[in-house]
Design a protein around this ligand. Structure first.
Ligand SMILES: [Zn+2]
Ligand SMILES: [Zn+2]
Length: 182
């Protein structure tokens, strides 16, 4: 890449000194500027390839977060601040801002997220009835990438967690509610 840049610089210097038409000079000048912008913006390291969204990075395996389950559409990992014995997040691999940003075409995806959550609860010997499942409802959300909280048993939720993950509140809604709106 630096060799190419040197060649460009050499051509630019030649153009400046020679009697080339102004239009051609502008054309080469603009091409040179564009080339520099492309070099500057190209991701060169895995670090540069990382997105600003932490959950996209987890889904793309750019972090060392342990993935508990994944398929083509969703992925599951532990919540970093577990509110009970079992607390995982089911996220779509595609970046979706929040539950409000969902469109009717996403209905199957949300249903898939819910069925994955139920399968994991059963696999870990927790009953659905004693678990707390839900989505943050904007503007009350933490990470701006849609995630389904799966918490069990809900009886173990502390005072603050009971508030944050309050069933069918203005800020935390059930997956069934989200699906019914699509
Ligand atoms: Zn994301
Ligand atoms: Zn959350």
């Amino acid at each position: 890449m630096p060799i190419l840049a040197n060649i460009c610089h050499f051509i630019w210097k030649k153009l400046k000194s020679s009697k080339v038409s102004n239009i051609l000079r502008i054309f080469f000048g603009l091409s040179f500027v564009l080339y520099i912008i492309l070099i500057m913006s190209a991701p060169t390291t895995p670090e540069a390839a990382k997105s600003a969204c932490i959950f996209c990075n987890i889904a793309n395996k750019l972090t060392d977060t342990e993935i508990l389950f994944e398929d083509e559409e969703v992925c599951v990992f532990r919540d970093i601040k577990p509110a009970s014995k079992y607390h995982v997040l089911v996220i779509p691999k595609r970046h979706i801002e929040d539950a409000k940003a969902l469109v009717p075409a996403d209905k199957e995806l949300v249903e898939r997220m819910l069925s994955v959550a139920k399968e994991l609860l059963a696999k870990n010997n927790y009953s659905e009835d004693t678990a707390r499942l839900g989505f943050h409802w904007p503007p009350f959300r933490s990470v701006h990438h849609l995630h389904l909280h799966v918490i069990a048993p809900e009886a173990d939720l502390g005072y603050i967690a009971r508030l944050v993950f309050m069933k069918n509140s203005y800020w935390f809604v059930s997956p069934e509610y989200v699906i019914s709106k699509l």
